[in-house]
Design a protein around this ligand. Structure first.
Ligand code: 5GP
Length: 253
């Protein structure tokens, strides 16, 4: 088989040219990084779990009419996605204070916010992904006002979907990050949810115990990251070895 062309290698994923024009193969690595890659490790099985979990969330979003880049899972570590032009923003939605919001504003972690709050960070590792406002985004031309309206609407729909799915399995969606891409259909441009949705990019707390089931387990040395992600996958019923899934999602293969 011909060697595939690597397009990009990030901290947790590798992108290869896909089999058809306009497609990309997204490979999930086992590498875990935090604090802008100052902390690094290899967590066996993380890539397999995130591939399945991102498939589960993106498939659900596609089914409720929130467009995503996800086309199909190819194998344990790879999925076929639509290629798109990534907007250089991390779009963060918060339901409870935690992480940098708690640090920045001195609000106790776990405080419920009066409504979901959307924040933007400019995607630039050299700058440490700084927080930016809509003023910066418009002034530097990263996205138009119409794009921003669409991005907020997509982010809040993703928040409602993910909050509900997680609540059904006893998990609180504290916050999450998504990335948005542009796709062109003839003269029309549409925005879609891209990158990944997984415990690497969400804060997930057990509703009863407050136990952390996300990447903070790695960031804060709270235990075994793969065990935490396996628990999320087990509750959602997405792992094949799960004998008694809590929910029975329909997966498109
Ligand atoms: P915070 O700003 O509190 O560090 O992060 C807010 C949310 O966005 C958390 O769920 C966190 O996992 C996610 N997030 C923020 N920046 C990144 C990033 O660079 N990569 C990933 N995977 N998630 C991020």
């Amino acid at each position: 088989m011909a060697r595939r062309k690597k397009i990009y290698e990030g901290k947790a994923k590798i992108l290869y040219e896909g089999p058809e024009p306009g497609t990309i193969v997204q490979y999930f690595k086992d590498d875990a990084t935090a604090f802008n890659a100052q902390k690094k490790d290899v967590i066996e099985g993380k890539g397999v779990l995130n591939n399945r979990l991102s498939e589960f969330f993106m498939t659900g979003l596609n089914q409720i009419g929130v467009p995503t880049h996800f086309l199909k899972r190819l194998n344990m570590r790879e999925q076929l996605v639509r290629s798109c032009e990534i907007i250089p923003l991390e779009v963060i939605v918060r339901n409870y204070a935690a992480g940098t919001m708690s640090q920045r504003l001195g609000i106790d972690e776990g405080t419920q916010l009066p409504r979901p709050i959307v924040e933007y960070c400019y995607k630039d590792d050299n700058l440490g992904d700084p927080l930016v406002t809509e003023e910066h985004i418009a002034a530097f031309g990263w996205a138009s006002q119409q794009d921003m309206d669409d991005i907020v609407s997509l982010a809040l729909r993703v928040n409602d979907f993910l909050s509900g799915v997680m609540m059904a399995v006893g998990i609180r969606l504290v916050d999450f990050k998504i990335e948005i891409g542009r796709v062109y259909d003839g003269d029309f441009m549409r925005l879609i949810v891209a990158d990944e949705i997984s415990p690497d990019s969400c804060r997930l707390w057990d509703i009863e115990t407050g136990e952390k089931l996300d990447k903070d387990v790695f960031r804060r040395d709270l235990g075994n990251l793969a065990d935490a992600y396996t628990e999320v996958a087990r509750r959602l019923g997405v792992m094949p070895m799960n004998a008694q899934p809590v929910t029975k999602p329909t997966l498109i293969n």
